[in-house]
Each structure stands twice: as structure tokens, then as C-alpha cells.
Design a protein around this ligand. Sequence first.
Ligand SMILES: [Zn+2]
Length: 214
Amino acid sequence: MPLGCFGCNTPLLLGERLICTVCRNQLPLTEYNFTDENPVDRIFYGRIDIKKVNSFLFFTKNGIVKNIIHHLKYKNQEQIGAFFGQWYAQSIKERLDIDIVAPVPLHKRKLTKRGYNQVSLFGKELALHLDATYKEDTLFKTVNTRTLTKRNRFSRWKANQDLYKVLDEDSIAGKTILLVDDVITTGATIEACAIALKKAKGVTIYVATIAVVP
Ligand SMILES: [Zn+2]
């Protein structure tokens, strides 16, 4: 049984890897760059000081990006992250000057369960092509979020302020950091991570994600 495409499940042809040629040509690229203002930047206006936010793809409810991200997160297809990281890096590397690439971390219990952080390889590829240092443990998650969903809104908001922490603030002081994640929906995760990063002195934050919900 030949491997199916992660976008459309059609058997892959000889020479195709992970995603078939048809899906590759249909991927909804945002074509946002790190120069002009874009709608993902606007999600964070008035919330947190982030220099620039960027996403590689549009995430739609029914579609190939959703299928691909599902394989990346839940089907042990970690290499999809590397594939997108490599591709994305080509279009952004001339525009960014980054010291450290840091992933949004999973809570350690969730990491143990999944076996990998789904954005690690995406971040590593970006770091490689941007000549930056990849630091997996820049941030850690303080609580497993599932336990938060039962609380009321205010209590959730309060908890969100301390959801992530920086392991070693001195090691990132004065640095330009590219925070990476899989999908931006409301921006709450990125905001919480940025709050933590800002506790270190003189940090500049950029964000890059695989996809954004339009
Ligand atoms: Zn396909």
C-alpha cells in the first residue's frame, strides 16, 4: 500500500514526498512577508508589543491544510514541520535578522504523551536558514491547559498571564527572538508566550507560524 498524501490521501507518486503535487500547487499561501502590515499583525494590536507576525498558510476548516496539520500534530508526522520550515525560510530569510528561534512549548505531560513538539522541526529549519540559534527550552508551560477550561473567564485570563515562563531570562536579554507555533486562532497562546518573553530585558519579538485561521 503506497503512502497517501497528507493533504488529500491520494496515493503518492514516485518522486512525491509527504504532499502530492496537486496539493502543493493548491496550498493557500498567505504571501505575507515581514515587511508590510498584514491581518495577523492586527490580531495583536493593543495587546502586546510584537514587532511582526507572519504565517505561511491559511488554515480553513475543511481543506488540505487542516489535514496536513492534523497529521503533524496527531499522527506522528513530525517531518511535515521541517518540510514547511524549509520552504517558508526561502521566502523570509532575506527580511529577518534573528538571534534565537524559540518554539511555543507543550506542557511536559503533553510532550511525553505526544513524543515531540510539533513545531520543533519547523523552528529548527527556520533557525538553520536564518543563521539563528534554535533554543527548544527558551520557554516552558506552567500548567496543562485542559485543567483551565472549567474556570470562569477572569480566572482563565489571570492564569493566561502566567501560563508560560522563561527558563533563563539572562540568556535571552537584549536578543531578537522569533517565536514559532503551528496555528494562530485567537492569538492567546502567542500573547501568553510574549508576556513571558518580555520579562527578560530588551527583548524584541517576531512571530512565525505554519498557519493562521483567516
Ligand atoms: Zn494531495
